[in-house]
Write a protein that binds this ligand. Sequence first.
Ligand SMILES: N[C@@H](CCC(=O)N[C@@H](CS)C(=O)NCC(=O)O)C(=O)O
Length: 108
Amino acid sequence: MAMKLFYSPTHNFIHKSVVVAEEVGVWDQIEEVPVYPREHGYSIAAINPLAKVPTLALEDGTVLFGSQTVAEYLDSISANAVRVFPASGPDRWDALTRLSRADLFLIL
Ligand SMILES: N[C@@H](CCC(=O)N[C@@H](CS)C(=O)NCC(=O)O)C(=O)O
């Protein structure tokens, strides 16, 4: 596994990362690490000062967080030529707006 994705299955922001990872064919490169913010006394604050999910730790030690950041990173390493986020232009703004709208759709 090349990357660790810190996530909580009961929080909505994670689903955007999962959808993008599946779409661009990199899900099999990701190890899921469940965390439950505010529960069990466990925190990911040591690698993300916001202690929020999604947080993505790359093999080289780089840590990415913020659901848009994680989604765009996964898109950038597409393994199947699918790109969710166009590089520029109106289609890019449409894709990013739909990403933001997904915060609402995916509330559990
Ligand atoms: N702006 C952040 C928000 C992430 C966020 O709020 N994550 C929540 C779960 S959905 C979280 O980790 N909350 C933990 C806490 O507030 O302690 C993003 O887009 O990733």
